[in-house]
Design a protein around this ligand. Sequence first.
Ligand code: ZN
Length: 276
Amino acid sequence: MFTPDQVRRYSRHMLMPEVGAEGQLKLLDAKVLMIGAGGLGSPSAYYLAAAGVGTIGLVDHDVVDESNLQRQILHDVERVGTPKVDSARQTLEGLNPDMNVITYDEVINSENAMRLIADYGIVVNGCDNFPTRYLVNDACVLLGKPMVDGSVLKFDGMVTVFMPGKGCYRCMYPAPPPPELAPNCAEAGVLGVVPGVIGVLQATEVVKLIIGIGDILESRLLTWDALEMEFITYKRARKDDCPVCGDEPSITELIDYEQFCGMPAPSKEEAEVSAV
Ligand SMILES: [Zn+2]
C-alpha cells in the first residue's frame, strides 16, 4: 500500500502508534482547501504538504509582491509578479511530489464559494478581510465542512476550529466591526513570524482532524500575544440564535458580503488587500 519512497518519507509519522500507517493513509487520502496562499496559507500548506496531505487546493487571486516575502515563505524573489497559486504550487511540489496541488487563481465570492469548498474535506481560512471571512464561514456551515480559522494583526494572532454543529464565526462575531475600526495587515502591519506560528497551529489542527487524534480547538479560541509570549484559551459556544448555524437560521444561502460588511472584498484589481 505504500511505495518504498513513501515509507522512507513518512517514517517519523509511522513510527508513532498514534499515527501509524493508518494515520498516514488518512493523510494521503485527505483533501484540504486553503483560502489564501499568503501569510497563513504559506506555513500551513507547507507543513500539510510535508505531512503528505494528498490533495491541497489553493485559492488566491493575487500575484507575488516584494512586500509579501517578509512572511509568505512559499514565495521567493524569482517569482515576484507571478500568480501566488503558481508560485505556491512550485514550492509545495518541490517539497513533496507525492501530492496533488490544485490551484484556483480567482477571488472567492458568493458565486463560486460553494463549488470550490464542496470538493474538500477541511477548509483552512487564511484570508484577512471581513467579507471573505463571513463568506467562507457561511459556506462551510451550509456545506457542513470543518473550518480551521486563523487571523493575525501586528503582534497578535488567534486560531480556532469551527466544527459542524459546534458554533461558527457568526456565533462569536454576529456583525463585523465598522471599517474604520478594522484595519488589516496591509494597513496596520504584522510581525512576519506571527502568521508563521498561527499558520502552523492551523496545520496542526488539520493533521489532528484528519488522523482523528487529540483535542481539537472546536469549542475554544486560542489567542497568542507574541510580545508577551502568552497563549490564552477562551471557551466559545454555539449560539442557538446564530443567524446561520442556530436553531432557526435566517441565512440559508450565501448573501452579498460586501453589502453586509459595508466594505469591499478584494478584487483582481486591488491586489494589496488580499490574503494576510
Ligand atoms: Zn453560528
